[in-house]
Ligand binder design. Structure first.
Ligand code: ADP
Ligand code: MG
Length: 479
């Protein structure tokens, strides 16, 4: 029989899957297990968390025991290892101390995970102790691509981003505790939350940072409750230095017990100057479905919103993504995407990726035409609304004027006309109010916009050349 631990574990998996006859259980509890070594007939399996380990012990020990013995023979033994920090370079098992405590399978409940790093034991004052675990390193669950450096700054996110920096410099000790990041979907809440976690880790490698979605948190809580493990659950969260809870709206109008548990964890951490970061797609005042006492806590710190990026920021985001991927694209194409996809960074990225995929699949160059075709398809489903920005851009391109001229105070006839046309089309093609249109077209008031609309209508009726322009522009907007 081959002694390759991977093969052995794969064989075990096959048997377990057949025996269980339950895909969901198999996927949840067995697929995440990673075999790490086989030595002296002891198979070491890495499990993602202490909860996981306990769950296996309680529910699946028999099947594990039987299967492993079947593969390794009656002397076969099993050892668990609870997951360690993945940021440790290369093989996480470098951090393992060799353990002498190998026990036969029937003793497994006491043969507890062994990821112990001597240094940690000294440094961390509050180790998570289920019997036998002196200290586990908690996997932060941070996505290393979501860095602060990759998070393009713009007016839309300046407050949130700089609050994030401040928190990462001094977690738990600024007045931004909790830090609540809110904003619509696809505007960067998750990215920024990870980024703060990553920066904190860079600044303070010894701090325990944990990113968890509100949904995962409540699921873990439910599992802990079902297993009478709530105190371990609480204990686990109490040892976190920087706790990031993503998408807290998930708890609205449900999971009162989860909210209750979080409330206690919140208090515990906050009293000890530990940092809490929360994201939400609603402003705090609108999160009415949360427990009132939890709500009141969320208002203690800073709420920073993420807004829709303006066109310059959208261009900067696209450029950065391209640069990161080492891809070049004509500037007019970047501009076209940025002007046309305007309310969601995730969609902006999606469009870019589709365009690159299109071009490589069909071996076509990325051109403005290709971008137009693709964006039309891409945006149809999301009901594209033309923006005032875009209207200004098309008009300025048409008359060959710099885009800034619309904002200027000049009374040059051609510029006044371009501005009036922008106001006219904005009124016609967007849902923006006269006040907003005025504001965006050179900081004018609503009366000026009304006047512009009338002027354009009149001129279209009386002036042939002007009518021609309006018709041409109309065609461009419909393209
Ligand atoms: P949310 O959590 O608010 O729904 P995400 O954080 O998932 O949004 O962001 C969606 C996508 O947009 C991610 O791929 C993220 O990297 C990207 N993104 C959002 N804002 C920025 C930004 N300012 N700079 C760079 N990328 C961004
Ligand atoms: Mg998110």
């Amino acid at each position: 029989m081959s002694k390759d631990y991977k093969t052995i574990w794969n064989n075990c998996l096959r048997i377990i899957r057949d025996t269980l006859q339950n895909e969901q259980v198999y996927n949840t509890w067995f697929l995440p297990i990673v075999p790490v070594q086989l030595e002296d007939n002891v198979l070491t399996l890495q499990v993602p968390s202490p909860f996981f380990y306990e769950w296996l012990e309680e529910h699946y020990i028999d099947i594990l025991k039987k299967t492993i013995r079947r593969e390794l023979g009656p002397g076969g033994m099993l050892r668990y290892s609870v997951v360690v920090e993945q940021s440790i370079e290369g093989n996480p098992y470098k951090t393992l101390l060799p353990s002498s405590g190998r026990k036969a399978i029937h003793n497994m409940p006491k043969d507890i995970p062994i990821n112990i790093n001597k240094d940690d034991i000294k440094e961390l004052p509050n180790p998570f102790t289920i019997p036998g675990i002196q200290k586990i390193k908690i996997h932060s669950q941070l996505n290393e691509n979501y860095t602060l450096e990759n998070f393009v700054e713009g007016d839309c996110n300046r407050l949130a981003r700089s609050a994030g920096y401040a928190v990462a410099e001094n977690p738990g000790r600024t007045s931004f505790n909790p830090l609540l990041l809110y904003g619509n979907a696809g505007l960067g809440k998750t990215h920024l939350a990870h980024a703060i976690g990553i920066k904190t880790k860079e600044n303070f490698p010894d701090k325990t940072v944990l990113y968890v979605t509100a949904e995962q948190f409540s699921q873990q809580f439910r599992e802990a409750a079902a297993n009478n493990n709530i105190s371990d659950f609480m204990h686990f969260y109490e040892m976190i230095d920087v706790l990031i809870i993503d998408d807290i709206y998930f708890w609205e109008n449900k999971v009162p017990k989860t909210q209750d548990a979080f409330f206690h964890i919140f208090n515990y951490l906050h009293q000890r100057n530990k940092q809490i970061i929360i994201t939400s797609d609603k402003a705090p005042a609108e999160l009415t479905g949360l427990e009132p006492r939890l709500m009141s806590r969320l208002k203690w710190g800073l709420s920073a919103d993420l807004q829709v990026p303006n066109v310059e920021t959208r261009i900067a985001i696209l450029k950065q993504k391209l640069e990161n991927d080492g891809i070049e694209m004509p500037y007019e194409v970047i501009e076209y995407i940025a002007y046309n996809i305007n309310n969601n960074v995730r969609e902006l990225e999606g469009a870019l990726i589709s365009l690159m995929a299109q071009s490589s699949l069909n071996k076509k160059q990325i051109t403005l035409d290709l971008a137009k075709q693709m964006i039309d398809k891409f945006v149809k489903n999301t009901a594209r609304e033309i923006t005032i920005d875009y209207i200004q851009k098309v008009i300025c391109d048409y008359f060959n004027l710099p885009i800034e001229s619309i904002q200027s105070h000049t009374r040059k006839r051609e510029i006044v006309q371009a501005r009036q046309l922008a106001m006219y089309f904005a009124k016609k093609m967007t849902k923006s109010s006269l006040a907003i249109i005025g504001l965006q077209c050179g900081n004018k008031d609503h009366a000026t916009v009304l006047h512009a609309c009338k002027t354009v209508t009149n001129l279209t009726e009386t002036d042939k050349k002007f009518r021609f322009w309006v018709e041409e522009l109309e065609k461009k907007f419909k393209q």
